[in-house]
Design a protein around this ligand. Structure first.
Ligand SMILES: Cc1cc2nc3c(=O)[nH]c(=O)nc-3n(C[C@H](O)[C@H](O)[C@H](O)COP(=O)(O)OP(=O)(O)OC[C@H]3O[C@@H](n4cnc5c(N)ncnc54)[C@H](O)[C@@H]3O)c2cc1C
Length: 401
């Protein structure tokens, strides 16, 4: 396993850096920096999406025949790392990273032609309707039903924690199409248009004041048979494929390390007794430990990429990435809150925290963002599968226990 950059990879790194310097506008970087939630709002994300699509770098993780770049895993890593270091916003992952690969893998030709281009242009904005009030970790117990009658599916039930459903035009859903078989075998993967009378969205405001997630209700919502992905009953297989993409294949290490470096600079400015917070042995030790763990995470991410470069699938090891990255994210946010000192105690709930209408900072931007980011980040160890669920997957499928 060789993790060092080759000459051509260094050249690629230079190309990405130059592109970012020349094409990622400061207002987008500022908006991304001042977003406490995991997902940035569409005003920023869609503009960045457009810029990347114009360059041909938007769907780098899709197969080449559908617009992918054909990058090696290491090139993908370099690109994501440089984006993180340049404060690029996260992209709308639900369509680009989750549904896109599902359609490439399981969709029929008509679906590929209809759906993939509209994900790229942003004409369709997708959300993910998996979790239900009584089906989160135990997803197989989901109850939202889709009954095929008069040439279309009629859907009834509800979903919860649906990220950005209030922005979405469409939702990809797991629905029950058969109750007479094993729970997993009766689930199908259905695409539903949100812009119909049978679909209602109710906001859930998080404790930091962000509107990121929602409840979604289906009351005789309709979906034509062309919106069934794969076969009836194949939903569980498709969901497992999708969750592997959701949990891994991302590069968390670089962003965590960049944030740790910013916290170090901030802590130098924060008074603590006669010196600065950075001189406090307990804080310095905590930061050093997090940094070492983030470096370890980065190495593990590179190791998985090196295996992928040899044709091996990322597999359940992505659960290790999700588990460690989520825990580290929360520790980094906590250190940022400590470094913000007194002003970090202020919880600004007005949104957005960027642009002309943003609230006046009481102190600097980092202090003002510390509390909302910390509170919002509590969700890291829940979404995409909780830490406990990841540990069970690691125990069973990675360690063979
Ligand atoms: C911010 C945010 C965004 C989200 N976005 C989406 C989205 O866009 N689409 C979507 O479909 N879902 C989304 N989710 C839902 C998320 O996937 C679920 O919250 C998650 O899977 C946990 O399910 P639950 O909330 O029902 O908790 P539960 O499954 O009820 O779990 C409650 C507690 O019990 C523990 N537990 C449960 N089962 C086990 C077990 N077998 N062994 C050990 N411990 C266990 C859990 O770890 C947890 O601590 C989002 C959640 C959050 C917080």
């Amino acid at each position: 396993m060789d993790l060092s950059l080759s000459a051509s990879e260094r050249a690629f790194q230079g190309e990405v850096r130059t592109f970012l310097e020349q094409n990622l506008p400061e207002w987008i970087r500022a908006g991304a920096r001042a977003t406490p939630s995991v997902f940035v709002e569409p005003d920023i994300a869609m503009e960045w999406q457009r810029i990347l699509d114009e360059k041909g770098w938007l769907v780098y993780h899709w197969p080449k025949e559908y617009g992918g770049t054909g990058w090696t895993p290491m090139q993908r890593y370099i690109f994501e790392k440089e984006c993180a270091l340049a404060d690029a916003p996260s992209l709308p992952v639900l369509g680009l990273r989750l549904l896109g690969p599902v359609i490439c893998q399981f969709g029929n030709e008509e679906q590929k032609a209809r759906i993939l281009p509209r994900i790229r242009t942003g004409d369709d904005y997708w959300c993910q309707g998996f979790s239900e009030p009584n089906a989160g970790s135990d997803l197989a117990s989901l109850k939202t039903r889709a009954v095929f009658e008069d040439g279309r599916y009629v859907v009834n039930g509800s979903k919860i924690w649906t990220t950005h459903a209030h922005h979405a035009t469409h939702v990809f859903c797991l629905v029950r199409t058969n109750s007479d078989v094993k729970p997993q075998e009766g689930i199908s993967f259905l695409l539903i248009d949100m812009r119909q009378p049978g679909v209602k969205v109710r906001p859930i405001i998080g404790m930091a004041g962000d509107h990121e997630v929602n409840e979604v209700f289906f009351d005789n919502a309709e979906a034509g048979p062309v919106n069934l992905v794969g076969e009836e009953g194949q939903g569980w297989t498709i969901a497992k494929f999708l969750l592997e993409h959701e949990r891994g294949g991302s590069c968390f290490g670089p962003k965590l390390l960049a944030d740790i470096s910013r916290i170090r600079s901030r802590a130098k400015e924060t008074a603590d007794g006669d010196g600065s917070l950075l001189e406090d042995p307990e804080f310095a030790r905590r930061l050093a430990r997090i940094e070492l763990e983030a470096q370890g995470l980065e190495t593990t991410e590179l190791r998985i990429l090196a295996e992928m470069a040899q044709g091996k699938p990322p597999g359940p090891k992505t659960s290790i990435i999700k588990l460690v990255a989520s825990s580290l994210r929360q520790q980094v946010d906590r250190a940022a809150l400590t470094a913000a000192g007194y002003y970090g105690l202020n919880l600004e709930t007005q949104r957005p925290l960027y642009g002309n209408d943003r609230p006046e900072w009481l102190d600097d931007e980092a202090s003002q963002l510390a509390a909302p980011t910390y509170l919002n980040g509590r969700a890291w160890t829940i979404f995409g599968g909780t830490n406990e669920v990841q540990r069970s997957i690691i125990a069973k499928t990675v360690l063979g226990l």
